[in-house]
Write a protein that binds this ligand. Sequence first.
Ligand SMILES: Nc1ncnc2c1ncn2[C@@H]1O[C@H](COP(=O)(O)OP(=O)(O)OP(=O)(O)O)[C@@H](O)[C@H]1O
Length: 266
Amino acid sequence: MIEIKGLSKSFAYDKKEAKKKKNKAATDPREGEGVFHAVRDVSFQCGKGKVLGLLGPNGAGKTTTLRMLSTALEPTSGEILINGHDVTKELRYAQKLIGFLSGKTGLYHRLTVRENVEYFGRMHGLSKQLMDERIDKIFSMLDMHTFAGKRADDLSTGMMQRASIARAVIHDPKVLVFDEPTTGLDVISAKTVLDFIESYKETEMSVIFSTHHLHEVERLCDEVCLIDLGETKFYGSTQNFASQTPSGNLYDAFLANVNNKEKEVA
Ligand SMILES: Nc1ncnc2c1ncn2[C@@H]1O[C@H](COP(=O)(O)OP(=O)(O)OP(=O)(O)O)[C@@H](O)[C@H]1O
């Protein structure tokens, strides 16, 4: 179980940005004195065996939120608890339990896919036997055996993404945090990734992933957290989210919950 309570993250403006903002009235509620409040108040939780979809228009604060969950960024305020343990205070404990997939693959281009995954497995202290078992299982789930010996810089986008996922889950994390895992993938690779996430529903894991694709939410998510301008605007079951509008569809519910004038959704 992962709980996020009143999370916020502010970034100091660089000199150029600070100069631009000086003496100008703020047009965005996230603009503060010398800082930009990218995430202002985000709260949700994701129980064992549940999948939560993190939604929001471009720039809403999804990636920043997920980076905090992954421990890559330290929150300005708020709490992230895994099984009651505070992630910021028990970093090692949290890093063992979290598997993070970000937009950047983080693979070593000169190493083969298998070498890459083994490297991250060793960093997590996996024994050779456990590593081989895990690799065999994950590579089968993600249909990776055919390109396990290829160097990372020879991979297609879809292969690269699957290798990055294998890398993120080699240590058998209990909480998966995936940032837009299907962005840029063709239909077949996207299906492999979605099937993989779906398979986790049968386990005790919690999965949180951000997406702009509402059909993915419909298929996979038990719960939805929609953020806009850095704040949680809706958190609850996917069913309750959809039933907020007369049409009962996720697309209309999304539009009804965002203030952002552009109301972008892919
Ligand atoms: N390191 C940083 N310094 C300053 N501002 C930042 C930083 N990281 C993010 N931001 C700003 O915070 C806001 C939220 O960004 P974030 O990447 O979290 O949005 P997002 O919801 O993931 O967007 P998208 O759907 O386009 O990926 C944006 O306005 C972004 O420019």
